[in-house]
Design a protein. Structure first.
Lengths: 112, 112
């Protein structure tokens, strides 16, 4: 079934550790996005990529980095995790900018 | 930047009743308004969207209305069923950009 795969589904991490959240899509979508979801705050955009080889900052980019080496993969890295990064992280993709976004099932991340 | 407010935060209805969720936005340049349904442990799923050149759109029991002058849009669910129980998010964006700004969500509970 076509869609977005995120890994891991959940993770507990010690503060200060490095962590990479993986996201792969098989729809050949050009645009990909990372959001975090926190209770009472909805979903907030962390980083995005309009096409392979390009990335941009969203609403809450500090402490996160992304890369887009190819069309299918869009990993999100926390270089040195802090407790405030405890959240549920969602990856999304769209055929191109301005088209409907489709979401993965998320990674639940707890930073202790 | 864009700000989206969503009301109510929780909504309880009896099976068969209608449910209405309302959102307001601040940026008059916004022209794309999707609605997402999120079930427990899953990612948001696009259920309907509307663009600013249309005032209303229907898909079976779901409809969305848009009032550009007042800068608000609403989701209407008729003949609600228990499987409609979920968290619903509205969002807005200027399709010239990729940033979707989400509301804070409405938890809908449909009781049998």
């Amino acid at each position: 079934i076509a869609g977005i795969t995120q890994a891991p589904t959940s993770q507990i991490l010690a503060a200060g550790r490095r962590m990479t959240l993986r996201c792969t899509q098989d729809m050949r979508h050009n645009a990909m996005y990372w959001y975090r979801q926190d209770l009472g705050l909805g979903l907030r955009l962390i980083h995005y990529s309009n096409t392979a080889g390009t990335t941009g900052k969203g609403e809450v980019p500090d402490g996160y980095s992304v890369s887009r080496a190819n069309t299918d993969d869009f990993p999100l890295t926390l270089a040195s995790a802090v407790p405030s990064q405890t959240s549920v992280y969602f990856c999304a993709s769209s055929d191109r900018v301005g088209q409907p976004q489709h979401f993965g099932d998320g990674t639940r991340l707890s930073i202790l | 930047g864009e700000n989206v407010e969503q009301h109510p935060s929780t909504l309880s209805v009896q099976e068969g009743d209608s449910a209405v969720i309302k959102c307001t936005y601040s940026d008059s340049a916004s022209n794309y308004f999707p609605w997402y349904k999120q079930e427990l442990g899953k990612g948001p799923q696009l259920i309907i969207d509307i663009r600013s050149n249309v005032g209303e759109k229907k898909d079976q029991r779901i409809a969305v209305t848009l009032n550009k002058t007042a800068k608000h849009f609403s989701l209407h669910i008729t003949e609600t069923q228990p499987e409609d129980s979920a968290v619903y998010f509205c969002a807005a964006s200027n399709t010239g950009f990729q940033k979707l700004v989400f509301g804070t969500g409405t938890r809908l509970l449909v009781s049998p």
